[in-house]
Design a protein around this ligand. Structure first.
Ligand code: VGL
Ligand code: ZN
Length: 198
């Protein structure tokens, strides 16, 4: 068993009606559940921010959501408050088959650093521990699905490729935010990194 399905941030706040809703975000749930049946291992990630997280526009006087700022660790898009620990918005979409998960990984828990990727926080050095988990289980091939294509899915898949995994992004089981050309940029970056877009 060397293949895993990694389902990124399939949470209420990224679905229609949520605080950072991705268009049609909920429409991939059924397909993701079906795909779990073929997966050797299933990993779910959960965006899980403390209240007052530094990626929230509400913490930056005079800044609106979707504005870009420079943080000590690099550029950062400011978001509406979302996926606050313990909130309804941070829960998985009710239709997602969470029973099938081997591991649920929470990320973005550090107030001062965002974490788009399931592997590293946005300083691109602080590890989440996922690489160690996968390596010690002998998992070498990763399929990614979930939300959002151009942020957490793309950053996770790019890190996975850099770490030496064989990576595919199941684009039909992903949906994107697309802010300031982020979708085209993300797909270009993924192709350039040798990630297979399925
Ligand atoms: C995400 C923005 C902020 C994502 C998470 O899951 O793509 N995007 N937090
Ligand atoms: Zn977030």
């Amino acid at each position: 068993m060397t293949h895993a399905l990694v389902v990124i941030d399939m949470q209420n706040d990224f679905c229609p009606g949520g605080a950072l809703a991705v268009t049609d975000g909920d429409t991939v749930v059924a397909g993701i559940n079906a795909r779990m049946a073929q997966a050797g291992a299933v990993i779910l990630t959960q965006d899980w921010h403390p209240a007052g997280h530094s990626s929230f526009a509400s913490q930056h006087k005079g800044r609106a959501p979707m504005a870009s700022v420079t943080m000590p660790y690099g550029p950062q898009v400011l978001w509406p408050d979302h996926c606050v620990q313990g909130s309804k918005g941070a829960e998985f979409h009710a239709g997602l088959d969470t029973d099938r998960a081997d591991l649920i990984l929470r990320k973005g828990v550090n107030r001062d650093i965002d974490s788009y990727s399931a592997f590293f926080e946005n300083d691109q050095t602080t590890p989440t521990g996922l690489d160690g988990y996968l390596r010690t289980r002998g998992i070498t091939d990763l399929d990614f699905a979930g939300l959002a294509t151009d942020f957490c899915v793309a950053w996770s898949a790019l890190d996975a490729a850099r770490l030496g995994y064989k990576v595919r992004v199941l684009t039909s089981l992903c949906r994107g935010i697309d802010v300031n050309g982020s979708m085209v940029q993300a797909l270009d970056n993924l192709r350039a990194a040798g990630v297979e877009l399925v």
